[in-house]
Design a protein around this ligand. Structure first.
Ligand code: KG4
Ligand code: ZN
Length: 375
């Protein structure tokens, strides 16, 4: 059994959560003791997107408050915490640094093991929070502002990426098309709302196929740049003062939903994976939900959409991943750093073998300082 306090600051949410994992297969295996999220969306809205320096500064301002809130909500003290975790990759380096430095400081101060967590592994673990019976293997469709991936989840720390975007992430495409239509940031929820009043068949848009050198198309990879350009040309060809925004939004959303659904179903069938777990902010999209649910049901596949609070960035998913790692004896060295990019296949590089995990020594702070930028 492990109780972990985790910090997530990879982008524009300052989040801290405490999760307890019994490590036993049961419906009440994982308990969320607290889940605090302070969103910066309103701050970045003025710029039409996330400004990395502004994000880091706000993380610094909010982090202590969020940690205190998480402990208070959970109603426990440091004696009940078994480990401290933070997202360390991938993400905005300055933003990640705030969370990881706070986690290192707390782990050192309270003599607890430290765990650096891969952000995408956190998104995968979000599905375990809402589906206690979920066990690997399954297919995860991860669709967020920064990522679009199809991942074969084999075990804790064992992931095989099967498909990805060759250019923009799905959420990024929503945000860019929203900007083109002069809608607010983040664009996904706005387009989703407008699409419900529009006709998804109003405009014919490209699917965004990825060609293979030997001919044919990649069955699981996606591309959204062609779709984005098609939207730009379409908008330029229409009268600016009478833009059919709802129809444009509905047609765009349907094109994204169909492309993702086609690849996800093909991948699940080819790999014999009967469960599909969807994660990331775009999992909230009503078009994607209905297309994927329909197609999965028709093929006898199970599709899981966690509640929105676990789809968008949060620290409960990071704590959930960390508690599983901790139960398995995984520990990160205090020299673990932040990285803007890190493939999911490299997750286990964040941990040292359990036997080599040194207790936090007096030299730890020296190591921390000697590691300089902690990256
Ligand atoms: O997972 P997330 O909170 O942050 C990242 O890790 O990127 O995802 C944010 C992304 C944004 O691009 C946002 O526009 C998109 O998720 N999003 C949506 C919806 N809600 C959020 N996209 C489409 N439909 C939605 N309802
Ligand atoms: Zn995310």
């Amino acid at each position: 059994m492990s109780t972990v306090l985790a910090i997530e600051t990879s982008c524009d949410e300052t989040a801290v959560a405490i999760v307890r994992d019994s490590g036993q297969r049961s419906l009440d295996r994982r308990q969320i003791l607290s889940n605090v999220v302070s969103s910066q969306i309103q701050i970045h809205q003025a710029y039409g997107g996330v400004v990395p320096e502004v994000a880091s500064r706000h993380h610094v301002e909010m982090i202590n408050w969020a940690i205190q809130q998480a402990l208070q909500q959970a109603g426990i003290g440091w004696e009940a915490i078994d480990g401290v975790a933070a997202t360390c990759a991938p993400g905005l380096v300055g933003a990640l640094l705030v969370g990881l430095t706070a986690a290192k400081t707390l782990a050192m101060l309270h003599q607890k093991p430290l765990l650096g967590i891969h952000h995408l592994e956190g998104h995968i673990y979000a599905s375990y929070l809402s589906e206690p019976q979920l066990e690997p293997p399954f297919l995860c469709l991860l669709v967020s502002g920064g990522h679009t991936s199809l991942i074969h989840v084999k075990d804790c720390g064992v992931y095989e990426p099967l498909g990805q975007t060759r250019d923009d992430a799905a959420g990024e495409a929503f945000d860019k098309v929203a900007r083109l239509l002069k809608l607010d940031y983040p664009g996904g929820p706005v387009i989703d709302r407008l699409a419900q009043q529009g006709n998804p068949d109003a405009f014919v848009l490209p699917e965004g196929k990825v060609s293979l050198p030997q001919g044919g198309f990649h069955p699981y990879d996606s591309s959204f740049s062609g779709l984005k350009t098609a939207m730009l040309r379409l908008v330029q060809s229409l009268p600016a003062d009478e833009l059919p925004v709802a129809d444009l939004a509905a047609s765009f959303q349907a094109a994204v939903a169909k492309a993702l659904t086609k690849r996800t179903i093909a991948c699940a069938l080819d790999y014999g994976l009967s469960t599909i777990a969807v994660g990331g902010g775009v999992a909230a999209n009503s078009g994607l939900r209905s297309h994927l649910e329909q197609a999965a049901t028709a093929q006898g596949l199970r599709v899981l959409f966690p509640p929105l609070k676990f789809c968008t960035d949060n620290a409960a998913m990071i704590a959930c991943a960390a508690a599983d790692h901790l139960n398995r004896g995984h520990r990160s060295p205090f020299t673990v750093g932040v990285q803007s990019r890190l493939p999911l296949t490299a997750v286990m590089q964040l941990y040292q073998p359990a036997v080599a995990s040194s207790p936090i020594s007096e030299n730890s702070s020296a190591t921390l300082i000697a590691s300089g930028n902690l990256s």
